[in-house]
Design a protein around this ligand. Sequence first.
Ligand code: PCA
Length: 325
Amino acid sequence: MRLLNKAIHAGAIIGALGLATAAQAASWDMPTPYSDKIFHTANIIEFAKDVETATGGAMMIKVHSAGSLFKHPEIKNAVRGGQVPIGEFFLSRLSNENAALGADSQPFLATNYEEAAKLWAAQKPVVSKLLEEQGLMVLFSVPWPGQSLYSKKPINSVADLKGLKFRAYNATLETFAKMAGAAPTQVESPDIPQAFATGRVEAMITSPSTGVSSKAWDFVSQFTDIQAWLPKNIVVVNTKAFRKLDKNVQDAIVAAAAKAEKRGWEMSRKETDDKVETLKSNGMAIVNPSAELMGGLKAIGAEMLNDWKASSGAEGAAILKAYAH
Ligand code: PCA
């Protein structure tokens, strides 16, 4: 009898231990907007692996790419509302709620990686504060390669854009297209091929990465290398969910995030030439923009920046001041 009791007791202890282990291992679902072919997604999958390794499997992050768990426009609010603890989205989508959040999509404000890094350093305190007010904590942010022009016919001046049905991905690009005389429509990146195939759009501005992932050569022939800005994706966590984690897990996430930011910027840099090469090898003309086109687009950019200074208030001014130093 005593022996049997002992055995039952031991079983209960093992059972309890099993439960304790299960309770300690956390698993987070992470929605992201872009496909697995995109370097941002590859970088995030690495980030998730790094967190898992650093915590010995106690913290798992399951990446749901290409808008499969939440559609892109819903991701920020899903994290904010706690439906998911972590997510990625295109930062300047939020220029709608606060113009200051759209600094990195201002045409010709920062047009190469050095400037983009400087702009991110200038933006980060403002972006972090604004998102913190919504219960979100910034983990890292990674730029897309420079944004260039895709069209069916050569574009030698702003006048050549007139009337073109133009794919846009945020309000800032929509304004830019409108000011250039084009007719913008919002289309999420997975829907680009379909939008061109059905004639909803006939030109766009995006990175070589998105040009390649959407097989731009199937519907346009000209890539005009204007590299007008380097907008960023951002990864945020729900602050409350983060605080519930053990300190060592929190530290592992922050360390993996710093690593992912560095790795992501390097991947992005490398992407630019690689993907332009892919566009070329698939038959697209890689065109250096004419002085007339650049002059016209930069004049629009300058006007937009003036408007942005007015609409982004003290926060925008703080970003520009830090960026100028
Ligand atoms: N690709 C994304 C955002 C910026 C980019 O280069 C897109 O076109 O939607």
